[in-house]
Design a protein around this ligand. Structure first.
Ligand code: PMP
Ligand code: GLU
Length: 388
């Protein structure tokens, strides 16, 4: 057996991607699968974005760009940050990556050294701990509770910090719980991070998918000190239904971003030039298509909650953002087994919570039509009546 790099050897495959692939396989075999697994919008990418890409190809915008992204795109992103988030990043402080996943990965790689600790509130998005392990640093989990709405408290954060703590990874709205931090909560988190010189990677990919009345708040906008020790992450996958285009971006202090650029110089180089042009069009247009998708997601959220309310054996916490309903299936034993059985027995693809650090829980993505949501929950209800 070939000896594998010891850090890569420890990395787990992604549960979200594995189950989505298995659901697609069953579909290809002709099975009528309800897909509550894939963490991506089911809408088509809006036409004005596709048109910009076609124009880019026809106009010959098909060559390398600067590895951190074209100047035009970084200006458009700087304008977006100013307009939406009250953040003053210069284009030179922005590095465009091949998806937010890539941008977070590079931020972790640049900031972390072996032996340092990265705080990750649990439940967490499946990729964070693995990224940290690849960097050689150590993921340290802060366990949240259902009673607290899956939020970390200031006290918990303070207690988790050691002299080795380098970063806190924040994700609001959260995948998998749909939790959203209030401004007051972010202020407290920022104060503790500043006091203890802990960096923040703020993953804001679900920014546009908010269902409450509170406006979205970027933690870096809460003062100069926290601005100077935050890497803000965003992208177009979720807001514009552009998952396959692979564009995400990171913004932060110029010196750190310079190292992120160097890392890209020697690994991916620039993200696809054509997708960059499409992203400029996405960011510059009015937000009509975003608003339409958000409205539909809100209807689906309300529908799936009302349907699950009728299944007494499972419960959930109300998601205020993103497109996930995180459900308590602890009555049914190990959730990886439960998810497998639900997929095999009634052809509903769901993601077990163990990959998110939440054994016993199951994530249902409501990124499918209202009709399929009715069908899927009805099948789960049937499965539960056979298996309780
Ligand atoms: N962060 C979170 C919390 C996510 O759920 C995802 C989902 N793909 C990403 C980052 C990465 O998105 P992408 O790489 O498609 O921009
Ligand atoms: N982030 C999405 C999810 O959680 C897409 C899959 C992935 O990249 O993990 O399902």
């Amino acid at each position: 057996m070939v000896k594998i790099n010891s850090r890569i050897h420890e990395v787990l495959g992604s549960t979200t991607l594995a189950i989505t692939a298995r659901a697609n396989e069953l579909k290809a075999q002709g099975k009528d699968v309800v897909n509550f697994a894939a963490g991506e919008p089911d809408f088509d990418t809006p036409d004005y974005i596709k048109d910009a890409a076609i124009k880019a190809i026809q106009g010959g915008f098909t060559k390398y760009t600067p590895s951190s992204g074209s100047e035009e795109l970084r200006i458009a992103i700087a304008e977006k940050f100013k307009r939406d988030n009250n953040l003053e990043y210069k284009p030179g402080q922005i590095v465009v990556g091949c998806g937010a996943k890539h941008s977070i990965f590079n931020a972790v790689m640049v900031l972390c050294d072996a032996g340092e600790e990265v705080l990750i509130p649990a439940p967490y998005w499946v990729s964070y701990p693995e990224m940290v392990k690849i960097s050689g640093a150590k993921p340290v989990f802060i366990e949240t509770t259902r009673e607290n709405g899956f939020r970390i408290t200031a006290e918990q954060l303070q207690k988790a910090i050691t002299p080795r703590t380098k970063i806190l990874i924040l994700n609001s709205p959260s995948n998998p719980t749909g939790m959203v931090y209030s401004k007051a909560e972010l202020v407290k988190i920022a104060e503790i991070c500043v006091k203890n010189k802990v960096w923040v990677i703020s993953d804001e990919i679900y920014e546009k998918l908010l269902y409450g009345s509170e406006p979205f708040v970027s933690i870096a906008s809460l003062g100069k000190d926290i601005f100077d020790q935050t890497i803000t992450i965003n992208g177009v996958s979720k807001a514009y239904s552009m998952t396959g285009w692979r564009i995400g971006y990171a913004a932060g202090p110029a010196d750190v971003m310079g190292y992120m650029k160097n890392l890209q110089d020697h690994s991916t180089s620039n993200p696809t030039s054509i997708s960059q042009k499409a992203t400029v069009a996405a960011l510059k247009a009015s937000e009509t298509s975003i608003a339409m998708m958000r409205e539909e997601f809100k209807k689906r959220r309300d529908l799936i909650m009302s349907l699950v309310d009728d299944v007494p054996e499972i419960s959930y916490i109300k998601p205020d953002g993103a497109f996930y309903l995180f459900c308590d299936f602890t009555n049914f034993g190990p959730c990886a087994e439960t998810a497998k059985k639900i997929l095999n027995d009634v052809n509903v693809a769901v993601i077990p919570g163990d990959g998110f650090g939440a054994e016993g829980w199951i994530r249902l993505t409501f990124s499918t039509s209202q009709e399929r949501i009715r069908e899927g929950i009805s099948r789960i209800k049937g499965w539960i009546s056979q298996n309780k």
